[in-house]
Design a binder for this molecule. Sequence first.
Ligand code: LLP
Length: 420
Amino acid sequence: MSAYGYRERKFFVEDVPFDALAAAYGTPLYVYSKKTILGDIRRIEQAFHGLPHLTYYAVKANANPALLRLIAGEGLGADVGSRGELWRALQEGFPPERCTFSGVGKRDDEILYALEQGILAFNVESTQEIEVINELAAQVNKRARILLRVNLDIDAGGHAYVSTSLRHNKFGMPHARALEVLRHAASLSNIDVGGVHSHIGSQITKPAVFTKAAEAIAALVSGLRAGGVPVHDVDFGGGFGIQYHGFVHHRSLPAEHAEEAHLSTAELLQPAVEVLRSLGCTVSIQPGRSIVAHGGVLLTRVLYRKETAEKIFLIQDGAMNDLIRPALYHAHHQIVPVELVGAPFETVDVVGPVCESGDFFAHDRRIQVMQRGDLMALMCAGAYGYVQSSTYNARPRPAEVLVDGGTHTVIRRRQTVEEL
Ligand code: LLP
């Protein structure tokens, strides 16, 4: 059962009404539901049930310390993309041997730090990077386990900015070159070859895309083995698409439909899991969004209502600096009123106070008539929300609050103007 819903007219997260959170902490405010995050972790584990696997949470999706502690407590590992993420993950209880390091441009100091900490593996992206890791490992007398990220030239669909496995993308090495690159890697003194890695994109909603990737990986693994490269580990990446449209249902909310039907993580991944099962490898996954997106909401307040000949604008106190996904990817976040007043629907632009027209949360959105002072909840904002926030226009970053049943705790206080 969802942790979000209306009781009478008021919108709740678990047992806490959103208006109480706004009164206690102010807006804009990121609100997280512990129950939702734990439930989503279980659903992902269920989807991979029956396949020996390791789950590495992609820290880039949300690096709040308290949430990392929560996720580490569930026994997950962490996939990091920078020294900062690794430091943070270690601080919050992820053991180094359950950390992997991905990313197309790792600095020498980042590699050395990861080697010193004793992380499990580097997901590497080029021959030069492998050579640098080998040299640095030799300097500090360590061995580095590597998985080669391969570019499978698969169209993952979705927004071009989050598609990572097309031939022209910067990520990975062409799969046709994997044998040559890994043979070379195996010949280096301080490198252990684990296997291969792929991460084809994010917010992928079609099972066929994952199945195609799994089949390409399976063919690659057989080819590598036939060529004398033993492959023990396959890291299948993340990218599991989640529901954004119509996440909250209520007869007093306008119906929202996505272009395609929403599938559960299990439905999305099941055919791919069958293919991966046949590999005889330890499979890793790196979900980010599917662990934290549904668990987070951005709570904002209407500052002004402005009507022009063309539009009705609801100007919020939250802005693109707090949640940039609509501006950057035209991403859809369902917006629901915190109090249902039985007013008719109207079509509005939901915008922020920042000085550019890219500062919007929604264009031409149907919503009940809202007035100055009313609160709105932007749903599914737990992933790539706060982590992509900025202080543009000298706007301090919002606070973050974790709800657990009837209790709520500040897990990052609001930035102050003096801290800018
Ligand atoms: N592994 C690697 C190597 C990645 O680069 C990513 C995300 C993930 C795993 C996790 O992917 P997920 O399960 O979260 O889809 N800012 C964009 C998404 C960028 C994804 C970047 N890489 C957004 O807001 O949609």
